[in-house]
Ligand binder design. Structure first.
Ligand code: SF4
Length: 467
């Protein structure tokens, strides 16, 4: 089914043909690359003597391995230095635009593309990173891809893809104080499961999303992949257009008018047919924190870690694994659990509005003794803006470290790592075992405001008590 949806329309507009495998050959309008998943893809191109035919449709930045303290070159980590050099060389060889450290445009790939006006409604976007779904906030169809697919897009500007079903996820009503976009998506994943979206694109609709800013919408779409969906999107509207207009790569003059007309035409029709529809009430959503080892293992801050018998049978074995790994007992509250590290950043929550909100709570408070707390802006542009607003000073005065842009402790491919079984309160998107750099490190996902509350209390806390 899924007729008359934005997904359907954008898919049709970008279909080049049907491959012998039955898959669609899909044209990719924008290819975003970074240092981790591209070197092998370029090597494969080189082996076959291929060139990048549309270099203007590829944009590169460096984010995963970038140190966020001392960025002097060569990087102290020789592997990181080799990776950045490989990207520099590959971009030079193929004529690809590269936003390097110090360019003023560097940052997490999913933060910089919207910032530059590269992410546009009705386009197809691919990147060798799972959280490419972020760009769906603009009404783009955006996929995370693997290294061999990065090669395919570099070589042909197309991808072989199976068409997805579409689930409309409606959330209506106003969010309660202390409840953010992060809580909304953690709630959705908790309810639908981490595999609930397999085979689907998620269309987020309803008054709650309509009222969200573009940055909040990005937080939601970013984590679609954590719910198993291949991509997630929101129909473009006036909020989308206001965000895009005037950015460097946004259409200008007459092209702008034409673009808006096209963007309006690709919105899902009022009578669109969906493969599935689920509806949530915003009033049911609390500040949410994960207690386990998947983003679906979340609870409201007032709830206790679920007991096995309160869970569906299929969720019990992963819950048992989580109790053990997280050293938590079923039936006990998460609130009050001591934290060691507090991290604000990532492509989920490292944008300027996230830092503004976090600073509001950090102002006038102090990070608890023994807690390491740090803020990593999502891009050089976010850092510059935050400093212009004095947010860096608010964080520093509160006892947070203020860093340079990068992925940092979202996946700890740089020196920012947990030690031993430390517990981290984190605004990132994955709480898998070992995700933050230590094989026994423990991650609790939450909104940036909740990370501040944890930092100030030295333990998992309810941000509404800081209001
Ligand atoms: S911040 Fe995390 S999820 Fe986002 S691109 Fe970097 S590593 Fe991937």
């Amino acid at each position: 089914m899924s007729k008359g949806t934005l997904f359907d329309k954008v898919w049709e507009a970008h279909s080049v043909g049907t491959l012998p495998s039955g898959q669609t050959q899909l044209f990719i309008g924008l290819h975003l690359i970074h240092e981790v998943t591209s070197p092998q893809a370029f090597a494969m191109l080189r082996e076959r003597g291929l060139k990048v035919p549309y270099p203007q449709r590829t944009v590169a930045t460096v984010d995963h391995i970038v140190p966020t303290e001392n960025q002097a070159r060569p990087f102290a980590d020789t592997l990181a230095e080799e990776m950045i050099q490989a990207l520099e060389n590959n971009c030079k060889e193929h004529g690809i635009r590269f936003y390097n450290v110090g360019s003023g445009r560097q940052g997490i790939v999913h933060v910089i593309a919207p910032e530059q006006g590269l992410t546009l409604p009705g386009t197809t976007i691919a990147c060798g990173d799972s959280h490419t779904s972020t760009h769906g906030a603009f009404g783009a169809i955006a996929f995370g891809i693997g290294t061999s697919q990065v090669r395919d897009v570099l070589a042909s500007q197309t991808l072989a893809m199976n068409k997805l079903k579409v689930r409309r996820i409606e959330v209506n009503g106003d969010l309660r104080p202390g409840v953010y976009a992060k809580d909304v998506i953690l709630h959705i994943i908790r309810k639908l499961g981490v595999k609930g979206g397999v085979g689907y694109a998620y269309e987020y609709a309803g008054t709650t999303f309509e009222k969200m800013s573009m940055e909040e919408r990005m937080t939601v779409c970013n984590m679609s992949i954590e719910g198993g969906a291949r991509c997630g999107y929101i129909n473009p509207d006036a909020t989308t257009y206001d965000y895009i207009q005037g950015r460097e790569f946004a259409p200008k003059g007459e092209d702008w008018e034409k673009a808006v007309a096209w963007w309006n035409s690709i919105r899902s029709d009022a009578n669109a047919e969906y493969d599935d529809v689920v509806v949530f009430d915003a009033a049911d959503i609390s500040p949410t924190v994960t207690w386990g080892i998947t983003p679906g293992q979340g609870i409201g801050i007032d709830e206790s870690v679920p007991t096995p018998d309160s869970l569906p049978e299929g969720d019990r074995s992963i819950a048992e694994e989580a109790y053990k790994y997280m050293q938590l007992s079923p039936g006990t509250p998460l609130k009050g659990t001591k934290v060691d590290v507090c991290f604000i950043g990532s492509c989920t929550n490292g944008r300027i509005s996230d830092l503004r909100e976090a600073a509001k709570f950090a102002k006038g408070h102090k990070v608890a003794d023994g807690v390491k707390a740090f803020v990593v802006p999502g891009s050089e542009e976010v850092k510059k803006q935050a400093e212009a607003e004095g947010l860096d000073k608010v964080f520093l005065e509160a006892g947070f470290e203020w860093r340079n842009a990068g992925c940092s402790m979202c996946l700890a491919m740089n020196p920012d790592k947990l030690q031993g079984d430390q517990i981290s309160a984190s605004s990132s998107n994955r709480n898998f075992k070992g995700r933050q750099g230590s094989s026994s490190g423990r991650t609790l996902l939450m909104s940036p405001a909740m990370v501040v509350a944890a930092a100030v209390n030295g333990s998992v806390a309810d941000v509404r008590e800081l209001l």
